[in-house]
Design a binder for this molecule. Structure first.
Ligand SMILES: [Zn+2]
Length: 295
């Protein structure tokens, strides 16, 4: 274990890179130097069975590390139910329901006819605590077949239109489809958009940011040149924090968890050459704005 004073550097990321525990805030002085400065994890899969053994402990570590809100996304109707159950009665856990583009992957059966319409009906019938729609989007990596891509696009369009109609934010997945995802969202006039772990080119991201889309950065930034480029290319006000737990952690081997949003905050602070407190504050403000969280 390295000493606590070690300055975390993404430059040395990669297999076996240092995985710091949240350290007591604050570290630097300045405008944002205040205890209790918070963070929001904008994208997780906490309903995953990987957390069944210790979910409460994971949530406790996140709270102790200053994470006030955690977004849980659903990937299909069964998972949407699980997310609703887990988030019920806890305002700190944000409920998102969706239909993941992976469900249209080449390997595996196609979703049943009308699945997007049934998911839309489920979202319409959801309680007012529903925070938004997700995980939805496009994934051309798992979907090479053009007919399946077309079905993916149709499902995504249904969700984007519903978000507009209900004035809900979208929690969007995009893999090997950055250009198409941004184009589709812009063409549909989507306004409240969180692009999670965007893997596309910075030039496409910039077009989204200009339209007010927010890009949430996972801890895997410490081992991803593409994510570091993305942060360099976008203004701080377009950035938010996420973990995508249980994946996209600082190391590939370890299960990721919401307390690790601090890793993203530190990497952004280092790239943008601003204090960690400022990154926490600004990304939280941005997440509250796009998700419509009051406090
Ligand atoms: Zn996800």
């Amino acid at each position: 274990m390295r000493p606590q004073s070690f300055t975390y550097s993404f430059k040395f990321g990669g297999p076996g890179c240092y995985h710091p525990l949240p350290r007591p805030y604050p570290r630097k002085r300045g405008k944002y130097h205040q205890a209790g400065c918070i963070m929001i994890d904008c994208h997780t899969h906490l309903s995953s069975s990987e957390f069944d053994g210790d979910r409460e402990a994971v949530l406790a570590r996140a709270r102790a590390g200053g994470v006030t809100h955690i977004a849980l996304v659903g990937q299909d109707m069964a998972e949407n139910d699980a997310v609703r159950e887990l988030t019920r009665g806890d305002a700190r856990l944000l409920c998102f329901m969706g239909l993941h583009p992976d469900r249209f992957a080449d390997r595996g059966p196609m979703p049943a006819e009308g699945e997007a319409a049934r998911t839309a009906a489920m979202i319409r019938a959801a309680p007012p605590e529903l925070c938004g729609i997700g995980e939805v989007g496009l994934d051309y990596w798992v979907c090479r077949d053009e007919a399946r891509r077309e079905a993916q696009r149709e499902a995504f369009k249904t969700m984007v239109a519903l978000a507009g109609e209900l004035d809900l934010p979208l929690n969007v997945h995009s893999r090997s489809a950055g250009h198409y995802t941004i184009d589709l969202l812009l063409a549909a006039g989507a306004r409240r958009v969180l692009m999670h772990a965007f893997d596309g080119k910075a030039s496409h991201a910039r077009r989204g940011a200009e339209a007010g889309f927010v890009f949430s950065i996972p801890p895997s930034i410490v081992r991803s040149e593409q994510k570091q480029k993305l942060v360099r290319a976008l203004p701080l006000e377009s950035l938010a924090l996420e973990t995508d737990s249980p994946v996209l952690g600082p190391t590939r081997e370890e299960r990721n968890e919401p307390a690790n949003v601090i890793v993203s905050a530190r990497a952004i602070a280092e790239i943008k050459q601003v204090g960690e407190g400022e990154v926490r504050e600004r990304t939280s403000e941005t997440a509250r704005r796009v998700f419509g969280i009051d406090a």
